[in-house]
Design a protein around this ligand. Structure first.
Ligand SMILES: Cc1cc2nc3c(=O)[nH]c(=O)nc-3n(C[C@H](O)[C@H](O)[C@H](O)COP(=O)(O)O)c2cc1C
Length: 420
């Protein structure tokens, strides 16, 4: 199958993965409305085409959280990635390193932070869920620092876990042991079974062997999900700020008010995100709230964005609307499920090519040029306004009999010979 875009990788992942894992990646909360609007709302913005610009030299490089990378994108934290492909997080990290972009590792990873750190000499960030057991959270933070992580992402939108109905149906993270339906689902993908079977038992690498943590993956997932602290609040951001000497990003910010509190709490960045439509169904899409948040932050901290990115044009729009960089979630998770490291590389390179082409067709050669010409990304209503003005001007030039005034109409009615 020819892979031309992220949607092709998605289809491939659906063929390769047991339904339980594909649905875990693909699904969203409740009616999946926010999941859909995350991508659809990018269409609310248009790009300005410019021509006859010398495009012989082009460069997508950009700064992300204090270091230069090959493009303004990084891999988002994706839990359980090592169950899509053997050593999934290590494979993703290798692909990111090869592509020269950063990656953020999930707390709920199969490979441990040490295993991933060993293959990622730079650009590794760590995502943190704050557990009721603060010692466990502190230990993960310390381990991250020891392996050279320089940025911590505090996921702030999961104090409670939403319902993803596909997962409920498939028994993913809700059942603590394998049911017959699950076994049949796994057996329906023998190549996956073989690949994963040869790789040994799956466990959550960052917590395996800890006191109180169960042994099987399903039970570990249920245990840890239940251990995320629903009481976490802004005071915990201050607590983390004291502990963490590196850069700190609050992930899951969707309002100016929360961006303001994150900055007050000492965050170096905010990640505009609704968790890929996996938490609050009905929340606004990330791209629709980005302009207000970017305007408010105004360079005082880094603004990242995720949720819905499937095309290079989405990356261009996000940067044009004020993001410093974007995080790729499902886009690379599909690649990982489809073909391991090769699939992640494909996802990154597809998006790189699309981004570069989109910029070039806008007459731009670099991300810096895009930042200097943000008004090349415009909301549809802007054109509607223009069209309205043009239409208004046209109407003014039309013969008046097409827009008769009331008195004219009365005259017409009075004149029996006239027709309107
Ligand atoms: C399968 C999957 C697992 C995820 N696991 C985590 C996680 O462990 N921690 C976290 O902060 N975000 C997690 N996310 C959210 C992503 O980091 C990111 O916010 C989201 O995927 C962006 O939306 P997109 O997939 O539409 O690009 C996960 C997303 C997916 C799809």
């Amino acid at each position: 199958m020819t892979i031309s875009n992220i949607e092709d990788l998605r289809r491939q992942a659906r063929r390769k993965l047991p339904r339980m894992f594909f649905d875990y990646i693909d699904g969203g909360a409740f009616s999946e409305r926010t999941l859909a609007s995350n991508t659809e709302d990018f269409d609310e913005w248009t790009l300005e085409q410019r021509v006859l610009v010398d495009l012989s030299k082009r460069d997508l490089s950009s700064d992300i959280l204090g270091a230069r990378y090959s493009m303004p994108a990084m891999l988002a934290p994706v839990g359980f990635a090592g169950s899509f492909w053997p050593n999934g997080e290590v494979q993703a990290a290798r692909a990111a390193t090869q592509a020269d972009i950063p990656m953020c590792l999930s707390t709920f990873s199969i490979n441990s932070i040490e295993e991933v750190g060993a293959v990622m000499p730079r650009g590794l960030a760590m995502q943190l869920y704050v557990f009721k057991d603060r010692e466990l959270a502190t230990e993960i933070v310390q381990r991250a620092w020891q392996v050279g992580v320089t940025t911590l992402f505090l996921t702030a939108d999961t104090n409670v876990s939403s319902v993803r109905e596909r997962d409920t149906r498939n028994g993913f993270r809700t059942a603590s042991s394998l049911k017959l339906g699950t076994v049949l689902d796994l057996l329906s993908r023998p190549a996956w079974c073989l690949r994963m079977g040869l790789n040994g038992r799956l466990t959550l690498g960052n917590v395996k062997g800890k006191a109180g943590v169960p042994r099987s993956l399903m039970a570990q997932a249920a245990y840890l999900s239940g251990n995320v602290d629903p009481g976490m609040n802004w005071a915990d951001l201050a607590w983390l700020r004291e502990q963490w000497p590196g850069k700190l990003v609050v992930k899951g910010v969707l309002s100016v008010e929360d961006a303001s509190r994150a900055l007050d709490g000492g965050a170096d960045g905010v990640c505009v995100s609704n968790h890929g439509g996996r938490q609050l169904d009905g929340a606004r899409s990330s791209i629709s709230v980005l302009p207000d948040i970017a305007r408010f932050v105004a360079g005082r901290a880094e603004v990242l964005l995720d949720s819905g990115i499937r095309r290079g044009s989405h990356i261009v729009k996000a940067i044009g609307l004020g993001a410093d960089a974007v995080l790729l979630g499902r886009a690379y998770a599909y690649g990982l499920g489809a073909a391991g490291r090769k699939g992640v590389s494909q996802a990154i390179e597809l998006l790189r090519t699309e981004t570069e082409l989109t910029l070039a067709l806008m007459g731009m050669r670099s991300i810096d040029e895009l930042r200097a010409n943000r008004d090349a990304v415009r909301h549809r209503s802007h054109h509607a306004g223009q069209a309205g003005a043009v239409a208004g001007a046209l109407i003014d030039t039309l013969p008046r009999k097409f827009t008769p005034s009331k008195s004219e109409r009365d005259t017409c009615h009075a004149d029996k010979g006239a027709t309107l």
